[in-house]
Structures are given as C-alpha cells and as structure tokens.
Design a protein around this ligand. Structure first.
Ligand code: GLC
Length: 441
C-alpha cells in the first residue's frame, strides 16, 4: 500500500516535471528579467582585424592560421574593463566566446594545445572574466562553437564551411563528440557558476538556409548527440541555461531560444531565421552587432547610435525578448573607445527608464512601426519610438484607470471609448527624441 502511494507520488511528480519542468527552472527568471546582455567575440582572429570568420573567408589553411598562436597577445586585457562597460550600459550578463569556429580555446583546456595558454599572453581569459563577473554580480554565459575549422575529427567533409583549411584526413566523429563533452566538463567544473552555454554552428551540417529546402534538425548530416550533451550540462550545473543558435525551433533540453540579427518572428535577418518559429514556452533572446561584424574589424566603423541601440532594446522587450548586444575587442584585449562611449550613453537611458524594460513582459500587441509596449503586472509602458500620427489608439486587456507621460513635459490627453474600450492618446507637442513613454494603469 505504502509502496503504491510512493509510486503514485513519484509519477505525479514526474508528470509535473514533464509538463512544467522547463518553466520551473529558477534560472529562467533571471534571464527573462535581465533583458539586456553583452556579447563578446574575441580570439586570435582579432589580430587580423577582419572579423571572426577571417579564417574561412580568406581561405587560411590550419597550418597558416595557427601561426597566430605565436602572435596573439591581449596583454592589455582587463576583465574589469569589459564588466564595467557592460554594467555602465545596464547589461546584466555577458556571453563570451570560449571557443569560436576556428577552434581556439580561450581557457586552460587540457583537450587541445590550440589555446590561450600557449600564446605569448599565456593566461586564462575565461578564468579572469568569470572571477570578475562573479565579483560584480554579472552572469556569465559561454558561447561554444559546434562547428570547427581546425580539427580533423570534425566532420568537415560534410560541412558547408571550412573547405580551404587543407585538412586531408577525416577522423572519427565520435572523437569530436568526446572532445566537446570533455571541454564542456572543464568549463562547467572549474569556473564556478556558468549561467549558460550558447551553442552555434549546427547550420554547418544542414542544407543552405537559402537553398529553398525546408530545413529541419532531422536532415543534419551528422548526429550531434545533443541529448547527451545537454544532459551532461544540466547534470554538472542544473541551473545552466542552454541556447543553440541553430536558427530552427528549439530542441528538447534547450532553455531559451536564440535569434540572430533578427527580432523574434520578424524574419528580416537575411535568411538566418527564415525557418525559425517563435516558441511561447521559453525565454527569447536576439543577438545583434554594435557595428556590422562580431569579431574586431578594422574597417567597420558603422556603429549604431545610442538611440538605435535603445530602440532595439525597447523593441526586443516589446517582443518579450532580451537584447544581446555585441562588442569585438581589439587584439590588445581592450574594447574600442567608441563601443565604451556608446554603452555609457545607453546606460544613461537604462538607468533612468530601466523600470520600463527590466522584469517586463512583451506587450499585448507586438512591436509596430510606431514603437512597442512592455508590461509589468497591470502597468503598461507604451514606448513611442517614431511618432507616425497625432493619435494612437490601442485596445488594452484591462480597463484603464490612468495614463501619463513618464518623460514628456506635458499633460497627456487620452480618452477611452465606452463601447469598444479602445483608448486613444493624443501625441501632440514636443516628444522625447529617443523614446516617449506613456505609463498606463
Ligand atoms: C553566426 C556566425 C558567428 C557569430 C554568431 C553570433 O552564427 O557564424 O560568427 O558568432 O553568428 O550570432
């Protein structure tokens, strides 16, 4: 009898877990509330000043590219500079490239010699960044590339990229899976709390997203063993949040959905997320570059203005998504002055109006050309980013009691239609140059 009861209890618990298991994860809360993070793309490619794809794009052989091991020396790197810059903008977490497609590891890994310890610099970047993040209360997520342009055991013969690297021997794929598991074990065992792992590169083994073939995980040319890899991560750190930038619908075990250079569902990212359905079950995150490239690029001066960045942040929040904004530090390890300055400017806005962004949900209508709505409990923030007309009419889910401007120095005129419940705001007078916010209760 007792046994039966225990079994019943156990099955009830399992059912609850399978129905609500994802939603119960406490780490989902911090990620959803955070809304703003800093992406950092950094590795030996910074030396060449032409983005993180330079090895592939300039057709470097592994042998030639690995000469960077004797050159890469970010001797002016100071984890405090990166963390301070993130904090100055109001960012709550940092996602750092522990290992990008070129296979270089930015930490003291025992699984490969192609790592930061064997450069003239010789110090563990992940260690320094993790220590500083922990000290400052900034969460650290690690980007980890699935795709590899250096190793013979990566299935480069079936891959779409990395074809000019001069690799001639195709070694055992299972050895590559073991390698990734061993590296992830190091990262999740030796550096304290790791808030997330952000995978990238599955698409290398899928038909081109632009070829017209319906892309699904099932047609991957290799078996990634994602289930085992995700289980390993969650076993080592149960609160570690997993994202995979595969540009497809989330797989079981993934804890948030990544969108690349695209707000969720807009599908304007040049094909990146053409097949990506937006999940309603997981936190969402859009990553975006501050200029046009992820890794340091000497020629790319096309930095977004603070206003453009705030608009991105507001629109992402309007979709219920985080904005992960990238910086590509110089080969010295320092952030570019222009990036530091823009982040500081953005921080002036977030420190004043952050309450309309952090801890909010997406609006009851998705972002429109005029702006976006965020909401917290029964308080709504209507962000007018581009005034298109003198009046704006919205249908609120609750009866509206009050409405006022948060940052426009005039009395807001508004009225509610008794029959339809629609609320019309009058947007006259001088509005805010960045974002005119109406607080509605
Ligand atoms: C792409 C690129 C990669 C970059 C990533 C960031 O997948 O391959 O270089 O790290 O986007 O979203």
């Amino acid at each position: 009898m007792m046994m039966k009861k225990i079994i019943c209890l156990f099955s009830a618990m399992m059912l609850t877990f399978s129905l609500f298991g994802q939603a119960q994860k406490p780490s989902m809360k911090w990620l959803e509330e955070a809304r703003f993070g800093m992406f950092v793309h950094f590795g030996p490619y910074a030396v060449l000043g032409n983005g993180e794809w330079v090895m592939n794009n300039q057709g470097f052989t592994v042998q030639d590219y690995h000469k960077l091991q004797g050159i890469f020396n970010p001797h002016l790197f100071d984890a405090k500079q990166w963390v301070d810059a993130a904090k100055s903008a109001g960012m709550k977490y940092i996602t750092f490239t522990s290992r990008h497609h070129d296979s270089f590891s930015n930490w003291d890994t025992k699984q490969s010699d192609w790592n930061i310890m064997n450069t003239p610099y010789g110090k563990d970047l992940v260690r320094q960044l993790a220590d500083e993040c922990h000290k400052e209360g900034i969460k650290l997520v690690l980007y980890y590339s699935l795709l590899d342009w250096s190793r013979n055991d990566y299935s480069y013969t079936t891959g779409r990229t990395g074809q000019k690297t001069g690799r001639t021997v195709q070694e055992d794929w299972m050895s590559y899976i073991r390698f990734m598991k061993a590296q992830l074990t190091e990262l999740l065992t030796n550096y304290g709390e790791i808030a997330g792992i952000w995978f990238d590169g599955e698409w290398d083994q899928l038909p081109s997203e632009k070829s017209g073939v319906a892309v699904t995980h099932e047609i991957s040319k290799v078996d990634w063993h994602f289930g085992e890899i995700y289980d390993l991560i969650h076993r080592l750190q149960p609160n570690c949040m997993i994202a995979n930038n595969h540009h497809l619908a989330p797989l079981p075990g993934e804890d948030y959905q990544a969108f690349e250079k695209d707000l969720p569902g807009e599908n304007t990212g040049g094909g990146f997320s053409a097949n990506q359905k937006v999940t309603t079950k997981l936190p969402l995150e859009t990553c975006e570059t501050m200029n046009n490239t992820w890794g340091y690029n000497l020629k790319d001066n096309n930095f977004k203005t603070p206003k453009q960045i705030v608009h991105l942040l507001v629109r992402a929040a309007g979709y219920g998504a985080n904005l992960l904004l990238n910086v590509g530090p110089k080969p010295t390890g320092q952030l570019e002055d222009v990036a530091i300055a823009r982040l500081l400017e953005v921080g002036k806005w977030t420190s004043t109006y952050g309450e309309t962004i952090y801890g909010t949900k997406g609006g009851f209508v998705k972002p429109q050309s005029w702006g976006a709505i965020t909401q917290k409990d029964k308080v709504y923030y209507v962000h007018i980013l581009n005034k298109e007309a003198d009046q704006l009419t919205l249908t609120f889910p609750h009866k509206v009691q009050s409405a006022k401007w948060l940052n426009v120095d005039s009395k807001l005129a508004w009225k509610q239609d008794k029959k339809t419940g629609n609320v019309t705001f009058t947007l006259n007078g001088a509005l805010d140059d960045i974002d005119s916010i109406i607080e509605v209760k």
